[in-house]
Design a protein around this ligand. Structure first.
Ligand SMILES: [Cu+2]
Length: 508
């Protein structure tokens, strides 16, 4: 680790931050969740009693309207019994907490009929989706209480695991924390031709991981508790506390989604068995990559395949991990914590699963020479990017349609940050000047940015020019995003001038 004078100054500042955090880090992962917490040499160790079957979000029903596949999502408040007899006020889509899994095939035109039955303005962003900016569901597409919004677009990207969540200006963290989130699976012919587990809810399982802090009455505790945001001491997987899942096949595919607002995870199995990483944010990898850990910061996804023996039980765990942070900062932002996540229980006899293919899909590398423009993004202190906080009426970057760009991102701050770009899936060209590791070699839309480590991304802008409606780029630690670590870019046709933006958030 390189220690600059600047780092040391930051560290000095962070010790002041760390003191009030001691309470947030105290183990009470069992008070409500039924597990036991304890402090080891490093962070908290949260053990869980796996006594509830894992909920599988239902596949959203759809209808065909004028040749388009139409889905309906209603955002509303409700109450959820995470433990029998204890109810928690929550928000959800089409239910009290989380939302159904949307699923569509590449080439299909979809319509998402969203209705807001909350008593405040929200929006629904299709994270990782390539679509027109006006359909993106960011802060410029607010849905007022009682109103509806029906974006439509053609699915045109490789098979992968995306998700959806609110993106209202300054309120994304709170809305997502209350439970507004769901998975969006994209299918295509290439993926369908591979021998992979793909029976939803049988051997192809969504694993939506969120950390929560409950108070003594079972309510969600909201609010900033660490420099990263609220860090929970209890995990929900698909909204289930203490979840187990009965596996009936030799191999099971897990679609891991870190839907937490602030916490990062390093997933692996308690017995350290190896598994195959087959896909990342934007699609399958070119070949399965065998490993025993996969780190996911907020909003990142990974598809993994793990093998099981008849009758055995294994625990998916989040291990302490190194986010490249200085001493105390790693600890107060949760990097030293250990969480048991999900128990997989194999039945006494298992249906045969085909061996994993040696090759998956082509992931042609985008050549650096293809890029015409290079932009620099410095993630800086006080929730700024290149010295600026997000402003709804300011366009920060203007991108020309039909071009390829390199975006150089560096976290100049001492805190953990990530970088998410709307509209496109990018490739990581380099991390600190070196080739990206295998888990960053595929399509990505969100990448962790360790302090002082330059990351170079390459991306193609292929369509959907609109000078008047911007896409966002931002840190996906939602507290940071909400406090301003976000910027806006428009895609224009060559020679076209960007339009004027309005601040829709004014007057609310
Ligand atoms: Cu951040």
């Amino acid at each position: 680790m390189r220690l600059s004078r600047r780092d040391l100054l930051r560290l000095a500042g962070s010790t002041a931050l760390a003191l009030p955090l001691a309470t947030a880090c105290e183990p009470n992962g069992g008070a409500f969740g039924g597990g036991r917490g304890g402090t080891g040499s490093g962070g908290n160790r949260v053990e869980v009693t796996f006594d509830q079957p894992l909920a599988i979000p239902p596949l959203a029903e759809s209808t065909i309207q004028a040749g388009k596949r139409a889905f309906a999502l209603v955002a509303k408040a409700g109450r959820t019994e995470f433990r029998p007899g204890r109810t928690t006020d929550t928000w959800g889509f089409n239910g009290s907490h989380l939302g159904p899994t949307l699923r569509a095939r590449r080439g299909e035109q979809v319509v998402l009929n969203v209705r807001n039955e909350l008593d405040e303005t929200t929006s629904v962003h299709w994270h990782g989706m390539h679509l027109p900016a006006s359909a993106d569901g960011g802060p410029h597409q607010p849905v007022e209480p009682g109103q509806s919004w029906s974006p439509s677009w053609r699915i045109d990207q490789p098979a992968t695991t995306l998700w959806y969540h609110p993106h209202p200006h300054g309120e994304t963290g709170r809305h997502a924390y209350r439970g507004l989130a769901g998975m969006f699976i994209v299918d295509d012919e290439e993926e369908a031709a591979l021998d992979l587990p793909r029976e939803y809810g049988i051997d192809d399982i969504p694993v939506i991981v969120q950390d929560k802090l409950f108070d003594g009455d079972g309510r969600f505790v909201e609010g900033e508790r660490s420099p990263s945001g609220t860090l929970g001491d209890t995990l929900l997987v698909n909204g289930t506390l203490g979840p187990y899942y009965e596996v009936s096949t030799e191999r099971v595919r897990l679609r891991l989604l870190n839907a937490s607002t602030a916490r990062s995870y390093s997933f692996g199995f308690a017995d350290d068995r190896r598994f195959a990483l087959i896909g990342t944010d934007g699609g399958l990898l070119s070949a399965p990559y065998e490993t025993n850990r996969i780190q996911l910061t907020p909003a990142e996804r990974a598809e993994i395949v793990v093998s099981m023996k008849p009758g055995e039980r294994i625990v998916l765990r989040s291990f302490p991990h190194d986010l490249g942070l200085l001493f105390g900062i790693g600890r107060v932002t949760g990097g030293e914590d250990t969480f048991d996540v999900l128990e997989l229980r194999a039945t006494s006899s298992l249906s045969a699963s085909p061996a994993l293919p040696a090759r998956l899909v082509d992931v042609p590398r985008i050549a650096e020479s293809e890029a015409g423009t290079t932009r620099a993004f410095a993630l800086e202190s006080d929730h700024t990017i290149n010295g600026e906080r997000m402003r709804m009426d300011r366009i920060d970057e203007v991108v020309t349609n039909g071009t390829t760009e390199i975006w150089e991102v560096v976290n100049e701050d001492g805190l953990p940050h990530s970088f998410h770009v709307h509209d496109v899936q990018f490739q990581v060209l380099s991390v600190d000047g070196a080739e990206p590791p295998p888990e960053l070699a595929g399509w990505k839309d969100t990448v962790y940015a360790p302090p002082q480590v330059p990351i170079r991304l390459i991306m193609r802008f292929t369509d959907y020019a609109d000078p008047n409606v911007p896409y966002m780029y931002h840190c996906h630690l939602l507290l940071h995003e909400d406090q301003g670590m976000m910027g806006q870019f428009v895609v224009v046709e060559r020679g076209q001038r960007p339009g004027e933006l309005q601040d829709h958030s004014r007057g609310h």
